[in-house]
Design a protein around this ligand. Sequence first.
Ligand code: MFK
Length: 558
Amino acid sequence: MSDFFQTGPELSNTYKLDPLLQSLLKRKLPASFRGEVEEDLTRFGERLVSDILAFSDDAEANHPTLVSHDPWGNRIDEIETSLGWKELDKVSAEEGIVAIGYERKFAEFSRLIQFAKIYLYHPSSAYYTCPLAMTDGAAKLIETFGDTSLKEGAFKNLTSRDPNQFWTSGQWMTEKSGGSDVSGTETVARLENGEYKLHGVKWFTSATTSQMAMTLARIEDKEGNSIEGNRGLSLFYLELRNEKGELQGIEIQRLKDKLGTKALPTAELQLKGVPAKLVGEVGAGVKTIATLFNVTRIYNSCTTIGAWKRLMDLARDYAGKRQAFGKTLDQQPLHLKMLSHLEVQFHASFHLAFYVAELLGLDEVGNSKVNKERVNKLLRFFTPIAKLYTAKNNMLATSELVESFGGAGYVEDTGIPKWLRDNQTLTIWEGTTNVLSLDVLRSISKEDTFRYFVDEVKEKLGGINSLELKEAKESVVTAFEKLCVYALKMGEMSRDQVESQARDFAFSIGNIMTSALMLEHAEACGDDKSIKVVQRFCTSKLYSIIEYRKDDHQVVFG
Ligand code: MFK
């Protein structure tokens, strides 16, 4: 028997392994607190490959289970989670993963710093970032629409750094009748003795061990009538357990057997009169909960690039160790070409995700130099674009990166296949690629966002003067002009045509904006790598919209 063995990929401090994040923060953050942030992230980067990674591995190895009854036949519906999962809850509180965004110690940069931490945390968190995303979204909802009791109560728990005080929140939107289209929601809210009680089925609830949830329901009058469609939906806050710690008016039917995110408990719930509190206006449920899912969509973008970076790091390390045909993989031109293509794509998604995180902080805190309206419109416009762009491109990259390990990438105990399974959820939850592409159109038609994007690109391109970036800039200008012509023509197109081209439109916007952001970074930093990355990116087709074909239906079903 051969004594050959292969050294596996290894990790070290993930902040130190990340020159791109370091250079972004150096460029963006004022010197007054850069040192403090650097120190915190360096310390955190070490934990992410030591104790926190061990908690994550434990959670990934010991999946949650549902215990429906106690030994004496009493229904208890307890979701049992691993020790690692419980530790990750404590780590999340102590590290201030949600709190940083609300303490606002770093003024308008608080979100940028918070999302830098989330991006680093995600690949060592066994998807604890999912409950944290919903928790942050719920905190934002309460901050925006909550009454004093919610602001004095739940909000403080959601944003606490004390593990004993810290709460996570669920976001229960999906019912049997629809995930993307919530207008068919069947859960009803009945006023009983002055308090709303919810009755219905929630078909997908993530992180169901949370203390509270935000959910949609249809208010019924005394005769049992309610308004149909999304105009009949209102938003409710609820706590899952009573003072004795028992579930109140909730039965857990089963845990979902999902493709990935195995450490994360996802359940089907029957609501049987759970007490709930109205948040926001009656009938404005979808519009109100958008405040929450616009935050979780930014989490999705930043966690996506976090996952992408981790797999890249592993693939890069492995390429230096794995021999084939007499050379290590990192000496093989074709392997290198593939990795460098993915590195360039990663940079594009990285810049877009952090741009949106930065906008969120600016929108919340502002500063004297920015126009508040413009920031708000750009945030609305780019939140769905960043989510769909990062998630889809990462999924394509994941397939290549898993393949870069050869057969080892297909073997469970290497830990590599997990990435393929887990990353797939990032394109689905919080809005699929198609639903988000349509949301971009919604933001343009309802909120007139496109012209702010045009101004933003013009301003960014106007700041690019370096000779080395001239050609790349010209490619972006050409693509941008085509996109603007297309946007002008959209008004004359049929609705079917506009919708069928919405994905291409969104990805073209994504390509143009990421190019502008990468040009800006390369101009500011002036380092060889940033320049090469954007030069390469701009040789790809930045604008590409495939014409609507009326016979798509016939091609698919004919
Ligand atoms: C690691 C990262 C973790 C991330 C967390 C993962 C947790 C997973 C939990 C879940 O997956 S929960 C399920 C998530 N579900 C979705 O994201 C739903 C996807 N579907 C959509 O987003 C649809 O576009 C939507 C349901 C919003 C469409 O509904 P309608 O009924 O067709 O919307 P309509 O009538 O266009 O909009 C209703 C109102 O909401 C309008 O305002 P007005 O009342 O003033 O007219 C819209 O402008 C507003 N609105 C809709 N989308 C908005 C928005 N406002 C701001 N931002 C948006 N994105």
